[in-house]
Design a protein around this ligand. Structure first.
Ligand code: ADP
Length: 498
């Protein structure tokens, strides 16, 4: 077994223990006896120290020209490239995803660095004519201030990068509170940010539990913005608290994403999409396919194909090159997924394959769950409505395209969606009528790219989009600037036409 890493907070350019000295540990979900890292159990006083540092640094960071701020972020991308394999191995060890996916997690951070850095030379505003003579009008983006970034464990490198990189390019200073399951990944990432040479206090890291360090961040009165990705329950608390304390807030929460397979679809292609969408990252992506809406003409055939393919998926530790499906992140989540099997059976669904904790051979050392297909699911069942966040997919039969779209939309969430069809009219109808932030035609529900907006409608989000140029709208505010060079008082909002 490897020696556990000792992780610390990073505040004002220094690596620190929590003031109270308490520590927590993270474990390898494929080998639960293995402690991956120890990390500080930070409290409100540690948060306060980080906020003071970030506030102090903000005074000068916001004045660093945006192209120069972007160069730091570009350098993070270059250093990430050099450490890609090392970081991917750590992700695999601490979070459990197969190495190929872990490399993708880091690559997403690299892509985000180079993409965000380019924005340092854009950050476009507008110029527009004034109503009055000898007057100039324009808009400019302003940074917001101190941004708290609260992130989950499922993309332990990509998601912090998605948030921190555009925030920094826009001139904000940041405090990252990563998930308690993946502190080592966050620490290595922040080591890379530190190596890029940001001035002290511009980027800070505070470890700890959600209900302690996370809550203290959200409640702190000297923070200007919270960007949160996680569960809907926590997101509701974060949103309410930010409302009460007048903070900007960007929320990315749950999903109940569906893939529709019509009778005219290329079934092999749809099968590849369904298997990857449902079981990739062990179903632990907010964009995972958790409902498969199947046209009745192909339902039986497609189900047989899916069952056959699912039965062959290889479970194992992420660092085993044979592994296709890694472990569930922790014991609590494993039990949650398991409980949904009882709920499914009680409501009349049928467990077609899987449905249990996998503990044969070396799997007994980790939190593994069998890839599971639930059949005979109807739209009102809990397994069709609630986010399970595991390798479980529910099959729902429909008789026509309109019913398929209606069922796809019949959810409180609206993150990702997918339709497999060869009919161009159906494809465009789906693009228009699906209520989701992301729609794929003939592709699975997972697979976002950093230069397009990412986020969802309804209870998935609160109207913001991460990634793409839309991330700039999260991390800046607009200022309208008027320059009057007439030398006399010109009055707007007065009827000048008379
Ligand atoms: P998940 O179920 O995916 O772990 P959570 O919403 O519990 O999702 O966690 C996502 C992030 O939110 C983590 O960094 C976690 O520590 C943090 N968190 C959890 N509870 C709170 C809270 N009450 N206030 C602020 N952050 C929290």
């Amino acid at each position: 077994m490897k020696t556990p890493l000792t992780c610390r907070n990073y505040i004002n350019g220094q690596w620190l223990n929590a003031a109270g000295g308490s520590i927590l540990e993270s474990r390898n979900p494929a080998l639960v006896d293995e402690v991956v890292a120890t990390f500080p159990r930070s409290q409100a006083d540690d948060i306060d120290t980080a906020v003071t540092a970030a506030r102090q640094a903000y005074r000068s960071w916001r004045k660093v020209p945006a192209p120069a701020r972007a160069e730091y972020v570009f350098r993070v991308g270059e250093i990430l490239l050099q450490h890609k394999e090392e970081l991917a191995q750590l992700i695999s060890q601490e979070m459990g995803k197969p190495l190929t996916e872990a490399r993708g997690d880091v690559q997403e951070g690299i892509d985000c660095a180079f993409y965000s850095a380019g924005e340092g030379r854009r950050l476009f505003g507008q110029t527009t004519p004034s109503e009055m003579p000898n007057k100039f009008a324009m808009t400019v983006r302003m940074p917001i201030g101190i941004c708290a970034l609260i992130t989950p464990w499922n993309f332990p490198v990509a998601i912090p990068c998605w948030k921190a990189m555009p925030a920094l390019v826009c001139g904000n200073t940041v405090i990252l509170k990563p998930a308690e399951d993946t502190p080592a990944c966050a620490t290595k990432l922040i080591e890379i940010f530190a190596a890029a040479g940001f001035p002290d206090g511009v980027i800070n890291l505070v470890h700890g539990l959600g209900e302690e360090a996370g809550k203290a961040l959200v409640e702190h009165t000297n923070i200007d913005l919270v960007s949160f990705t996680g569960s809907s329950e926590t997101g509701a608390f974060v949103g309410a608290t930010c409302g009460r304390t007048h903070k900007r807030v960007c929320l990315e929460m749950g999903g109940k994403n569906a893939q529709v397979v019509m009778e005219d679809a290329d079934l092999e292609l749809a099968l590849d999409g369904a298997v990857w969408g449902a079981f990739g990252t062990t179903g632990q992506r907010c964009t995972a396919t958790s409902r498969l809406i199947l046209h009745r003409d192909i339902k039986e055939k497609f189900t047989a194909m899916l069952r056959e393919r699912t039965s062959k998926l290889r479970l194992g530790a992420g660092n085993n090159p044979e592994t296709e499906v890694g472990p569930i992140i922790n014991e609590k989540q494993l039990q949650r997924v398991s409980q949904y099997m009882d709920i499914a059976r009680e409501e009349g669904a049928k467990v077609l394959i899987g449905g249990g904790i996998a503990n044969a051979g070396s799997l007994k050392n980790g939190y593994f769950f069998e890839p599971t297909i639930l059949d005979n699911v109807t739209p009102n069942m809990r397994v069709a409505r609630e986010e399970i966040f595991g390798p479980v997919v529910a099959l729902i039969e429909v008789t026509d395209f309109e019913e398929a779209i209606a069922i796809l939309n019949d959810t409180n969430y609206g993150l990702s969606s997918s339709v497999y069809t060869r009919d161009i009219n159906r494809a465009f109808t789906a693009m228009r009528d699906i209520e989701a932030g992301i729609t794929y035609i003939n592709g699975p529900t997972i697979g976002a790219e950093v230069h397009l907006p990412f986020g969802g409608v309804k209870q998935t989000g609160n109207g913001h989009r991460e990634a793409g140029t839309t991330a700039l709208d999260v991390f800046t505010e607009w200022k309208s600037v008027y320059v009057d060079f007439s030398g006399s008082l010109q009055r707007a909002q007065i009827d000048n036409r008379g």
